[in-house]
Design a protein around this ligand. Structure first.
Ligand code: ADP
Ligand code: MG
Length: 394
């Protein structure tokens, strides 16, 4: 499993981060960033870039690829370090501790503030699983697939952060959203355990009702969790519930909303039936001789839930999460590896270009790495176009 050796952070110099940032910038329009381009963006004296590249390679922050032309790309670790460095510089936390969770598309660590308070850091890995499948299937997309994970993981983090903030505002039991940068979300550390690890409850009925109540209240606010199960519900010693993991949430106006809602509800019913032996009677309407196992009594009915309007748009855009972001990430999540990846890659390409005007994360963050060089950003962009054209025409 992924190891995050943050000690390496201490050995990395300003020049190291400068070159790492240069590769990140280059990856906006290059899957493999040509070495020459990195050198021109980083602008270190006396061929310093080449020495630094070797160092970054040694620490596995970059990957070297010379199949098409000589170049480098960021590894997950390299991207992690850029996010971590940025957060540490901002004073969000001072150290990274043990890994507390491994999801299929994330790694979760403890981090500590200066005052010793511990927070949780979620590093999103969207595209980690699926794009490998895509790669083998669709060979011609190979040259584009690698900055997909950068883009998608950042999008997942942005979405998670936006939803967590909005949900907290509306009084839902979620972690406190502290900060987001690139593919990284910092939130409060939830006490207790995922429900899946709990064998016994004092009041299983109460816990069950609380959880179903949450699903309903979410829908009233226009949202469906879409992955609401015993892995994403935390419970503490007082049997207090906290829900986590939001990148896949959808609006109740989604075309499959009913199905997602019913699936979330069914997951909870099934888990409590099996684990805590709660029994739910079949409702009268369903005893009509059909082969299907009938609906259980007490299951909330999606179409009967009264909506409180405006939740999504108003509150999410406050965190910078746009409708287009939602479309992009949803297209990926719903499509998975089977998905028509052309559309993803195309829309991503557009986004990468648009980002250069927005100058969100990367430009703002890298400023501390390059403060003595004002022409850094624009230069990087200009150079990248030239090199891009020249290397593509070969
Ligand atoms: P994934 O999307 O990969 O499933 P999750 O957000 O569900 O990621 O996190 C994976 C696991 O990490 C959770 O099941 C939980 O055990 C742990 N975890 C996540 N967030 C927190 C948190 N804020 N506090 C404590 N543990 C957490
Ligand atoms: Mg999860």
């Amino acid at each position: 499993r992924m190891k995050l050796d943050v000690d390496v952070l201490r050995y990395l110099s300003k020049d190291d981060f400068r070159v790492l940032t240069a590769v990140e910038l280059g990856m906006r329009n290059h899957e493999i960033v040509p070495t020459e381009l990195i050198d021109r963006i980083a602008r270190l004296k006396h061929g310093g870039t080449y020495k630094v590249l070797k160092n970054l390679l040694k620490y596995k922050l970059l990957h070297h690829d010379s199949s098409k032309y000589d170049g480098f790309r960021l590894t997950y670790l390299g991207y992690d370090f850029l996010a971590i460095k940025t957060m540490v510089n901002k004073g969000v936390f001072v150290s990274v501790g043990r890994q507390i969770g491994v999801g299929k598309e994330s790694d979760i660590f403890e981090v500590a503030r200066e005052d010793g308070r511990v927070l949780a850091m979620k590093l999103h890995r969207l595209g980690r699983v699926s794009f490998r499948a895509v790669k083998t299937k669709r060979d011609y997309l190979r040259h584009r697939s690698s900055y997909n994970w950068l883009y998608l993981s950042r999008l997942a983090a942005l979405k998670e952060f936006a939803f967590m903030k909005a949900l907290e505002t509306h009084g839902f039991p979620v972690p406190n959203a502290v900060e987001q940068n690139r593919h990284c979300v910092i939130m409060s550390l939830v006490q207790g355990f995922p429900l899946v690890q709990v064998r016994q409850l004092q009041n299983p009925e109460t816990v069950f009702e609380t959880i179903i109540g949450l699903v309903v209240r979410l829908a009233e606010h226009g949202l469906i969790h879409c992955d609401f199960n015993e892995f994403n519900i935390m419970i503490d010693d007082e049997e207090k519930i906290t829900m986590i993991d939001f990148p896949q949430m959808v609006s109740v106006s989604h075309r499959n909303a009913q199905m997602y809602f019913d699936r979330d509800v069914e997951c909870i019913f099934k888990f409590f039936r099996k684990r805590f032996n709660l029994s739910f009677q079949e409702s009268i309407e369903d005893i009509d001789g059909s082969d299907e196992v009938g609906d259980e009594a007490g299951k909330p009915c999606f179409s009967a839930i009264e909506r409180k309007s405006g939740f999504l748009d108003r509150d999410l855009s406050a965190s910078g999460f746009t409708r287009k972001d939602e479309e992009d990430i949803q297209r990926f999540i719903e499509g998975g590896a089977e998905h028509d990846t052309d559309t993803i890659s195309d829309s991503e390409g557009v986004d990468l270009v648009e980002d250069q005007d927005e100058v969100g994360t990367v430009d703002g963050d890298s400023s501390h790495l390059v403060e003595q060089n004002d022409g850094f950003e624009s230069e990087g962009k200009d150079e990248s176009c030239k090199v891009c054209e020249s290397s593509e025409s070969e």
